[in-house]
Design a protein around this ligand. Sequence first.
Ligand code: MLC
Ligand code: AMP
Length: 531
Amino acid sequence: MAAVRWRRLWTWLRSRKGHDRRDDTSAVSQPDAPAWAAHLPAGTDPAGVDLLAGGSLPGAWTSAWRADGTRTVLSTLDGARVSAAELEERTAAAAGRYAATGLLPGERILLSAGTSVDLVVAYVGALRAGLAVVPANSAYTPAELASLAQAAGPALAVVDDPARLTDPALRVTTPDLANLPATTGADVGLDRADTNDTALIIYTSGTTGRPKGVPLSHGNLLASAHAVRLAWRWEPADTLALCLPLFHVHGLGVGLHGTLVSGAAATLIPRFDPAAVAEAVQRGATLLFGVPTMYHRLAESPQLKDLAPLRLAVSGSAPLPAELHEAVHAGCGQAVLERYGMTETVMLVSNPYEGERRPGTVGFPLPGVEVRLEPREGGTAEIQVRGPNVIAGYLDNPEATAEAYTSDGWFRTGDLGSFDADGYLSISGRAKELIITGGYNVYPREVEELLRSHPAVADAAVAGAPSAQWGETVVAFVVPDDAADSETVVAELDAWCAERLVAYKRPREWRVVDAIPRNALGKILRHELTP
Ligand code: MLC
Ligand code: AMP
């Protein structure tokens, strides 16, 4: 029985459709004693682990809801409560509205809204209707949203403020779906998505050039949700204080999916704030997931001690400094469990729930995940991964796909790392051009292209400067046009960026320089930019 499950998983891995990476059959093997077994409770046979249980996200969620329809699944600090039976009914009604609008399984729906019960219902309803959801930051400027909509080609957009999307050809609604027709009672084809069907498409590399669409299948997301459920001992009795935005894999793929797959509950917190988190804990939340900036703010707040009753506090999306880990521990007794993930792979590696959570490391591979280190020049090594959680390739982009995988089928994370003697992975840096600020990714090229498009700018580059609160902040280096006055240029560029970029992408500091260091091929020598 156990061996059959493993065989099913690996057979499925081999057979995934839309798979435009190079042949990887040589890479597929059945691991005898996977490193990830370290995450399982003592006595659990790793071969008995079924990471695809349920077959699809709605398959797993509906069976958890039906186990006890009366229990609370969602709550808010305003006192709203949604039971499992109610969520099943409301999400079926949402799926009915999509069907009555004429949306067909496989079509795309753009979701860009702040956290609310309505947003969760609109999202889960879309997956139950077999739609592929394209989530977008709810603070994106109209220009950013328009460019994402153009890349994704959705059949419908769900946004808080329809005025933010001005494309007359695009059908737009609010998260309550009130202006969509209600179902006529016809068969809406609920919960028919297959393991290989696309559930989410997340765009990763900003809005210039060719944005990369990351198509996450139900199987990718299900495998990751089950992996963290098992590793973190997530039980129906748990309530997550869900303060992460619901448009990235951290809030969605770990927070919401993990809650629903575990048959547990979440308290929705639309805007992170230490007092709101403390209130959720006081009302019985047992889990908290956050980015390091959130733990930094909690550590500086009078509410830190209020985290003491939590069963588990997890950090990810950016490095958690060892000193911050110690400060949280000293202030409330929580040994924050750091884990590592990526949009393309969902969750990869985690410190153990039982056993030492080693500050400055991200721990061991999660169930189903294999990790290897590929040596590079200069003594560093790239982290490469594979597993049922890893996408099969980028959307309609064979070049990006070919670059992202090794010839033997491992996904290149672009992160650098090393294992210590006990098998804990540490992330020592990044080979990719990326700034992570407050857990949000900023692609330097996107900001640089915008700056260079300003008429008073001759050249520009951006880099990340270390920051205790944000991890990194964006610093811009600008070469003004001959005629331009430095001070005026900076003020103008600041306003120019504010109109076109969401707050976290905007440079926080400006340096006016004579030249941007470039190599003979014109590539920016980023290490020579000293913030
Ligand atoms: C806000 N500001 C930022 C910023 N966010 N500046 C730099 N970087 C950021 N990320 C600015 C605001 O514009 C404002 O400036 C000032 O900082 C204070 O803003 P705020 O309102 O206090 O910030 P807040 O809205 O509270 O945001 C902080 C935060 C948020 C930590 C709650 O950044 C956040 O939710 N981060 C989570 C991101 C996330 O979910 N990442 C997961 C990606 S998935 P001014 O000038 O206007 O006053 C992934 C994979 C994985 O990475 O492994 O998980
Ligand atoms: P994203 O593309 O938004 O999914 O961001 C993924 C990237 O975030 C990874 O490739 C890492 O560079 C970084 N990341 C995620 N978790 C951690 C962590 N715990 N420590 C260091 N970096 C992390």
